[in-house]
Design a protein around this ligand. Structure first.
Ligand SMILES: Nc1ncnc2c1ncn2[C@@H]1O[C@H](COP(=O)(O)OP(=O)(O)OP(=O)(O)O)[C@@H](O)[C@H]1O
Ligand SMILES: [Mg+2]
Length: 136
C-alpha cells in the first residue's frame, strides 16, 4: 500500500517544488513506484517535468477535484501522465486557485482528496495499490 508524503509550507520560495520533484525522482531511482501530485496552481512541478501547457489542459488535478466536488465519476486513469524521469504525475493548473475558493463552503473539505485517492480502494485496484508512494 502507498505511503503519502506532503511537501507543504505556507511561505513562498522555500523550496517546496524543488523538494517534491527531486524527492520523487530520487525515490523512483530507488525503484519506488512514485506518483507526484502537483497541488499548486502555479504548476511549477508539472512544468519541471515538461508539462508546460497545463493551463490549457482539462486533464489535471483541477478537473479531478471538480469531479469529486460534483459527485461525478472520475476517469479510470485519474489523468496520470508518465515522465521520462520514471515518475508518474497528476499535473495542476491555474484553475486550482478557484477550487481552493470553492472548497471554503464544501462539506467535509478536509477529506476532499479521498474521493479520488481512495478510488477503487476497496477492490484493491486503485492508486493505493498501484504506487508505493504518493507525493503531494
Ligand atoms: N536546495 C536548494 N538549494 C539551492 N537552491 C534551491 C534549493 N531548493 C530550491 N532552490 C531554489 O529556490 C527557489 C525557490 O524554490 P521553489 O520554487 O522550489 O520554492 P517553492 O516553495 O516551491 O516556491 P513557491 O512558493 O513559489 O511555490 C528556486 O529558484 C529554486 O531553484
Ligand atoms: Mg512551488
Amino acid at each position: 500500500m502507498a505511503k503519502i508524503i506532503s511537501v507543504v509550507n505556507k511561505k513562498g520560495g522555500t523550496g517546496k517544488s524543488a523538494c517534491a520533484a527531486n524527492l520523487g525522482v530520487g525515490l523512483a531511482l530507488m525503484n519506488k513506484k512514485v506518483l507526484v501530485v502537483d497541488a499548486d496552481p502555479q504548476s511549477d512541478v508539472s512544468a519541471g517535468f515538461g508539462f508546460r501547457d497545463c493551463d490549457n489542459s482539462n486533464e489535471t488535478l483541477t478537473t479531478l477535484m471538480e469531479m469529486v466536488l460534483n459527485d461525478e465519476d472520475i476517469p479510470e486513469d485519474c489523468f496520470i501522465q508518465h515522465t521520462e524521469e520514471g515518475i508518474d504525475i497528476i499535473c495542476s493548473n491555474i484553475g486550482l486557485a478557484g477550487t481552493e475558493v470553492q472548497l471554503v463552503n464544501a462539506m467535509s473539505r478536509e477529506f476532499c482528496h479521498r474521493g479520488w485517492v481512495w478510488h477503487k480502494y476497496k477492490n484493491r485496484s486503485g492508486l493505493f495499490y498501484k504506487y508505493g508512494l504518493l507525493l503531494f
